[in-house]
Design a binder for this molecule. Structure first.
Ligand code: ADP
Ligand code: MG
Length: 553
């Protein structure tokens, strides 16, 4: 037997990182800005605990395009690196300075929002650059250094007098095949996609700001303007703020920030906030489900420490909540190295069931807080709730608290209210509750009328998944059964008052029935003689309930 170490040389690994680690070349910018953010957050932490005796100030990150020289600059005012640190953190591939920092300051820094993890992000720069320079000056009183590398394992590192301010400048000499990243429009698009809610202000160019005119200005005075930093991100998005400090307006504002092309207001928001057994924050919105809804484009977005990861959230968010919008931010969602795929993991399941539970709890409190408002919105949210009842056991268990059953005369009943109402009048001989419903108020008008005349409550259940909901309710609840108003077993109900049709004698009934049956040749239907006096329908033709449902499914 031979034992040994597999020799991984950087020469072999470098092209691999460059080519295969990240499927999407554009994420280099996300990675470099994440590093700039980490460097700033580290400084913030070290000054707050008194370890770095420098002024933290109002640091920002700047991104600059120099198209003429084919250079992209990413500049931060964070902790910087000494020469020794560059050797340690940059020259050692797969050594994460972010991890090391979190380990060293684990008692105080676990909520600092540090992003880095795998120690590979920096090298994504070589996907788009043929040469990368790092010019950096540590917050410690040491000379600045310049590191240059052309993507081969060789590099140069030397002291420089070019940088006098604390922080790091990354200079990317963009490769021939990546010149799209020298377009301002492209960079702006990427910043807005990945960095829109990152915690340190990001400057990209300047914009013209019009100064207010003094009060005594003459009428024809022209307002003065000034050039100010164009900050592209909102460093404190609503989901990072405590719900108690947010007004409804703040949530709406955030919704429009998240989906600038969406003009319609959402119906409800659900603020998620958990720190045990995993960390997760976020805000989910119930949109109005109508034709304006662009589910393909405006999806729930997943963030990690305020860095956009993906809007493919299948698995994390249960299927029935995919119709919602909003953000979820969790440092604990296990992603692969390129941060773009979920790793199948028990944690993901836990997160999904937490979200389900949270949504159920929120629905309960919404209906309790303002029943009238909830009833008004029911039509827009019912599909989500009904889908949840059918597909998520945990959700179905809680759903009686917030599922409404609209009646054909405009009332909205909770399950227990419905039960109370129909118990005296709508049972069959075995004591089963029969819930009567119509699926189309116009088409089934005469049946609805007939049932109402007998004092029955008729629900109006018209959404497409209702047959499944009914099946679910019939199996999960005891001694209940649903019948559509035009189905036959409506006649199994024990009626308080004898129907007037009973007043016909047997021969009269027989002959009436016979003539109707002759007219209705289709044997799928049965003819029932009904109470005639208060409907304009002379008799009722019904179809067995099971056949009807087979058709609906
Ligand atoms: P990770 O961020 O996962 O730790 P990276 O490959 O992205 O790994 O970066 C490696 C390390 O290099 C960082 O952990 C950090 O210590 C250092 N570093 C990278 N960029 C900067 C920067 N702008 N300022 C200070 N240190 C940096
Ligand atoms: Mg990094």
């Amino acid at each position: 037997m031979t034992k040994g170490n597999i020799n991984v040389s950087v020469e072999n690994i470098f092209p691999l990182i460059k080519k295969f680690l990240y499927s999407d070349h554009e994420i280099f910018l996300r990675e470099l800005i994440s590093n700039a953010t980490d460097a700033t957050l580290k400084l913030k932490h070290l000054t707050s605990i008194g370890e770095a005796k420098v002024e933290y100030g109002n640091p920002k990150i700047e991104v600059k395009v120099d198209k003429e020289n084919k250079i992209l600059h990413i500049i931060d005012q964070g902790i910087g690196m000494t020469g020794e640190e560059v050797e340690k953190y940059i020259n050692q591939v797969a050594f994460s300075g972010a991890e090391e920092f979190l380990e060293k300051y684990k008692d105080t820094a676990k909520d600092s929002g540090i992003i880095g993890h795998f120690g590979l992000g920096f090298y994504s720069a070589f996907m788009v650059a043929e040469k990368v320079e790092i010019i950096t000056k540590s917050y410690k009183d040491e000379p600045a250094v310049r590191w240059i590398c052309d993507g081969s394992p060789e590099f140069t590192l030397e002291e420089t007098t070019d940088k006098t301010e604390r922080g790091t400048e990354i200079v990317l000499h963009i490769a021939e095949d990546s010149t799209e990243f020298l377009e301002e429009g492209k960079i702006r698009e990427l910043l807005l996609k990945y960095n829109k809610f990152m915690p340190v202000p990001i400057k990209f160019g300047t914009k013209t700001h019009t100064l207010p005119l003094p009060e005594d200005a003459p009428e024809d005075a022209v307002a003065e303007t000034e050039e100010v930093d164009n900050i592209i991100n909102n460093p404190t998005p609503a989901w990072t703020i405590a719900p108690s400090e947010l007004t409804n307006q703040d949530y709406m504002k955030f919704y429009h920030e998240l989906y600038p092309m969406q003009f319609e207001e959402p119906l409800f928001n659900i603020h998620l906030n958990v720190d045990y057994p995993f960390n997760l924050t976020g805000i989910l919105f119930f949109p109005k489900l109508n034709n304006n809804l662009n589910i393909e484009k405006d999806k729930i977005q997943l963030y990690q420490n305020q860095v956009f990861v993906t809007d493919e959230v299948k698995g994390i968010v249960p299927d029935f909540l995919m119709l919602l919008r909003g953000v979820i931010d969790s440092p604990d969602i296990p992603l692969n190295v390129s941060r773009s795929y979920l790793q199948a993991d028990g944690a993901v399941k836990k997160i999904s069931s937490y979200i389900t539970k949270k949504v159920a709890d929120k629905m309960s409190s919404l209906i309790n807080e303002n029943r009238e408002d909830y009833e008004k919105k029911w039509n827009d949210i019912k599909v989500v709730i009904e889908y949840g009842i059918v597909t998520e056991e945990k959700f179905a268990e809680k759903a009686d608290k917030f599922t409404l059953y609209p009646t054909t005369d405009g009332k909205y009943l909770l399950w227990n209210e419905l039960e109370e109402k129909i118990k005296p009048n709508q049972t069959d001989k075995d004591g089963n509750l029969i819930v009567l419903y119509a699926s189309n108020a116009d088409e089934q008008h005469s049946y609805i009328q007939a049932a109402k005349d007998k004092g029955y409550e008729v629900l109006l259940l018209d959404s497409p998944i209702i047959p499944h909901v009914i099946q679910k309710l019939e199996t999960s609840k005891e001694k209940i059964s649903f019948a559509r108003v035009d189905a036959d077993h409506i006649n199994n109900l024990i009626k308080k008052d004898e129907p007037l049709i009973a007043k016909l004698n047997e021969t009269e009934k027989e002959s009436l029935k016979k003539s109707v049956e002759e007219a209705v040749t289709d044997k799928k239907f049965t003819v029932q003689l009904e109470d005639l006096d208060s409907t304009d329908a002379p008799f009722t033709i019904t179809q067995p309930e099971f056949m009807r449902r087979m058709k609906d499914m």
